[in-house]
Design a protein around this ligand. Structure first.
Ligand code: ZN
Length: 150
């Protein structure tokens, strides 16, 4: 196994076993369900806004490790961001999943090295075409919520 694969597995497993921002936001402004019927993944994302900023975001769900880990990483990345930025971040990451695009655009959002490394490791999912849908469940739920506001 390459170092890259190992890192990918390690990070997925870590987030799967210790999901960040797990739960339901009380008095949430938005609550969106995402599903990937192909694999049976479910991710429910709820968040609360302060102005146009995502002040609090949590998720619950069930399904494969990739779907849950990716949702966990998603909540970390967009917490505290404006809806507009969260939308941009989600687009960049979906482009990475589907087209193998680089993550260069993420630098503008002030993420630290560890956060970028986590997202980069998620790109390992591209090797398994049918898992890309798993990795995007949480991101799609977020985007759906953002869209519903516009
Ligand atoms: Zn899955």
């Amino acid at each position: 196994m390459s170092l890259e694969d190992e890192l990918y597995r390690e990070i997925i497993l870590d987030h799967y076993q210790n999901p960040r921002n797990n739960g339901v936001v009380e008095n949430a402004d938005y609550s969106v369900d995402g599903t990937n019927p192909l694999c049976g993944d479910e991710v429910k994302v709820s968040y609360k806004l302060n102005g146009d900023k995502i002040e609090e975001i949590k998720f619950t769900g069930q399904g494969c490790s990739i779907s849950q880990a990716s949702a966990s990483i998603m909540t970390e990345l967009v917490k505290g961001k404006s809806l507009e930025d969260a939308d941009k971040i989600a687009q960049i990451i979906k482009k990475m999943f589907f087209d193998g695009a680089t993550l260069e655009g993420l630098e503008a959002f002030g993420f630290d090295e560890e956060e970028i490394e986590e997202v980069e490791s998620l790109s390992g999912v591209r090797k398994y075409a049918n898992r890309v849908k798993c990795a995007t469940v949480g991101w799609n739920a977020l985007l759906q919520g953002i869209k519903s506001k516009k």
